[in-house]
Design a protein around this ligand. Structure first.
Ligand code: GRF
Length: 213
């Protein structure tokens, strides 16, 4: 199985995935790291681990459609089976999502469906919730609305700032993302409607693959 990681920035979740692949916790290969930002730290991390990188600069494309077509074509050429979004700061078009049905996952720093979109940690603090966390989910055509694979809860403590809360959530992200991707790669994840069932030895990957292709 070949994974593509799409990242725009720091790439700490990419790092967690790289380490999980390197120690075979995730039995797959990261075939490519794609960024829309030429200077992204994520690219540097990939290079340090001998992973191929590619940059798609939005400015080089006339609109979202042509940008997404270029990225989709590239990922197909690279025989990518699974796409992991890791701080990729672009919304994927419906065409992009449909090109990889149930084959795109994302990590989001809140307990979805609460606080989708940008600045999820700030949204949680502003709302005054007592618990937030992170979510790994399949990407569908909505904004952070796809079926949920896993979540981790992080309590909000007195005097939390967006920095302190983000740091505690990030710690959980680095554990949750490899765990969820491992389950998907192992074929243990079955999507029924918008519910995800995880079953060891489920062989769902092959079953879903047969149904779809
Ligand atoms: C993380 O908080 C992730 O949940 C969100 O974007 C951030 C990316 O951080 N989608 P990093 O680039 O992986 O360090």
């Amino acid at each position: 199985m070949r994974i593509a990681v799409l990242a725009s920035g720091r790439g700490s979740n990419l790092q967690a995935l790289i380490e999980a692949v390197e120690n075979r916790y995730i039995p797959a290969e990261i075939g490519i790291v794609v960024s829309d930002k030429p200077g992204a730290q994520a690219l540097q991390r990939a290079v340090e681990h001998g992973i191929e990188t590619a940059v798609f600069n939005a400015g080089d494309y006339s609109d979202r459609k042509t940008f997404d077509e270029a990225v989709v074509g590239f990922l197909k050429e690279k025989n990518i089976d699974l796409i992991c979004l890791a701080g990729f700061m672009r919304i994927l078009s419906s065409e992009f999502v449909r090109a990889f049905p149930n084959r795109i996952v994302n990590i989001h720093p809140s307990l979805l469906p609460a606080f989708p979109g940008l600045n999820a940690q700030q949204q949680a603090l502003d709302y005054g919730v007592k618990y937030s966390g992170c979510t790994v989910h399949f990407v569908d055509e909505g904004m952070d609305t796809g079926p949920i694979i896993g979540q981790r809860v992080v309590p909000i403590i007195e005097n939390d700032t967006v920095e302190t809360l983000s740091a505690r959530i990030l710690e959980q992200e680095h554990q949750l993302y490899p765990l969820a991707v491992r389950q998907v790669v192992m074929g243990n994840v079955l999507i029924i409607g918008r519910k995800v069932v995880i079953q060891e030895g489920g062989n769902f990957w092959c079953r879903q693959r047969k149904e779809r292709w």
